[in-house]
Design a protein around this ligand. Structure first.
Ligand code: OGA
Ligand code: NI
Length: 210
């Protein structure tokens, strides 16, 4: 559980409702940050991060031009080391239900590693054949990030200037999956993040699409 007050939560949830996104700095503890990094390190060692793409192998080439990250889908039962993270996500879900009146059921999360030189083109976190992603959750894991490293997330806003979000460690970003278009700018250094989606219906298809 985080130590944030209800008032704090109300103001974040208001911001999300109003702007369709909210950025919360220092959201995760140093301890959780290290826990997530430990997972990344062991996945790297065991070569368990996979090129993100959709379906058949033949489509990977096309995908590579859209996104260059390597991902690992988390499983609450299998990835016990991530228990504190899953607990925190329960809290986020509860606040969204309570203060944004969002009805949520499932969720899905993956760790993502963007090697230097990679990016993710402008997109919406919805698929043609599946539109049950409601809220996108991002946690950034780059404690040495500095200007010039790249890999910022650009949020597009209709009729307004876009917003650049620096992927700095322990920052949380929430946005509405069905309306917020975004892109990851080319990163010049290895970039780590944890991405997830809160769903209207139970997860399962996400694992096939990832
Ligand atoms: C995604 C995505 C953004 C990021 O995985 O759909 O847009 O900042 N990720 O990692
Ligand atoms: Ni996205």
């Amino acid at each position: 559980m985080s130590n944030n007050s209800e008032e704090q939560w109300v103001s974040w949830m208001d911001e999300l409702a109003e702007k369709d996104y909210v950025i919360i700095d220092d959201f995760i503890s140093e301890e959780l940050y290290r826990c997530i990094m430990t997972s990344f390190r062991s996945l790297e060692k065991e070569e368990k991060l996979r090129k993100a793409g959709i379906g058949a192998l033949g489509e990977f080439k096309i995908e590579k031009e859209i996104r260059g990250d390597f991902i690992y889908w988390l499983d609450k039962d299998r990835d016990q080391i991530m228990a504190p993270f899953f607990e925190l996500m329960e809290e986020v879900k509860e606040k969204l239900k309570r203060y944004c009146f969002i009805s949520l059921s499932g969720s899905e999360f993956h760790l993502a590693k963007y090697p230097a030189g990679s990016f993710y083109h402008r997109h919406l976190d919805q698929f043609n054949n599946r539109n049950n992603r409601q809220i996108t959750i991002l946690i950034y894991q780059n404690d040495a990030w500095k200007k010039g490293d790249g890999g910022e997330l650009r949020i597009f806003k209709e009729g307004e200037e876009s917003v650049l979000v620096e992927p700095v460690a322990r920052r949380l970003l929430l946005f509405k999956s069905d309306s917020v278009e975004h892109e990851v700018l080319t990163t010049n250094v290895t970039r780590y993040s944890l991405t997830g989606w809160l769903l209207r219906q139970p997860a399962s298809l996400g694992y096939l699409l990832g």
